[in-house]
Design a protein around this ligand. Structure first.
Ligand code: ATP
Ligand code: MG
Length: 224
């Protein structure tokens, strides 16, 4: 059975594409990427096609997942669940300019990941994403705190966490830390499972592995 995960936020630049491709990569890698039938599809409904741009910057053949660009044919979203993938990650755009495409993505989604960042300007759009798009559909969701730099200390992170708690918003225990490696990797079209060995790469990868474990994306999904 296919599980469809939508990665979305009304706020731009919070890490939707980064989380989509790297979470997709660790899940595919863990489940055993068979080049003939990868277990994961990354589907982009962002007209900017960042995920595809990402994939095509590097060696697309080496990616552990398949990818597809669907913003111009959203009807393809309805068919995703019949494609045989175990997990499909949908990368949504940073604006709500085309609500119909987003609605189709949410129609097929089993759950939603809402990246956010430890900056007060991100609070409003994060909350609106949940209240306006996710709660009316009763979809399970998790806000994921991204782009935390340990060198900045915990003040902004703790403020975000306290605010999420006060608003009774669901958030993952896992935090995705800021690593320059992620920013550089996007230019090279690389995903975490392809980073050169080293301590930082291991730590960077472990964030996505933890998130996949916490969200329950690891096991093979059988039956209903
Ligand atoms: N954990 C991280 N560590 C380092 N850089 C990151 C991290 N997450 C995101 N970035 C960088 O921040 C920028 C924005 O990330 P990304 O493109 O994933 O956001 P987005 O939400 O998809 O943006 P958009 O709304 O434009 O689609 C990129 O340059 C990306 O490389
Ligand atoms: Mg993006």
């Amino acid at each position: 059975m296919t599980q469809v995960h939508a990665v979305l936020s009304q706020k731009g630049g919070v890490g939707k594409t980064t989380i989509t491709v790297n979470l997709g990569a660790v899940v595919a890698d863990t489940l055993g990427a068979d080049p003939e039938m990868p277990p994961v599809l990354v589907a982009s409904i962002d007209p900017q096609a960042s995920a595809v741009w990402w994939a095509e910057r590097g060696n697309a053949e080496a990616l552990p997942f398949d990818y597809d660009q669907l913003d111009d044919r959203p009807e393809g979203l309805a068919e995703l669940a019949d494609t045989g993938y175990q997990h499909i990650f949908i990368d949504a755009p940073g604006s709500l300019a085309r609500p119909a495409v987003l609605a189709r993505a949410l129609d097929v989604a089993d759950d939603v990941i809402v990246p956010t960042v430890p900056e007060p300007l991100a609070y409003g759009p994060t909350e609106r994403t949940v209240r306006e798009l996710i709660e009316p559909r009763s979809l399970p969701y998790r806000i994921v705190r991204n782009l935390w730099d340990r060198r900045d200390g915990r003040l902004d992170l703790d403020a975000l966490t306290a605010w999420l708690g006060e608003q009774k918003l669901d958030y993952s225990n896992t935090i995705i830390r800021r690593y320059k490696m992620h920013t550089n990797a996007s230019a090279e079209g690389k995903v975490v499972t392809q980073y050169p060995p080293g301590r930082t790469a291991t730590e960077a990868r472990s964030d996505f592995l933890s998130l996949a474990l916490e969200l329950g994306y690891g096991g093979k999904v059988e039956g209903a």
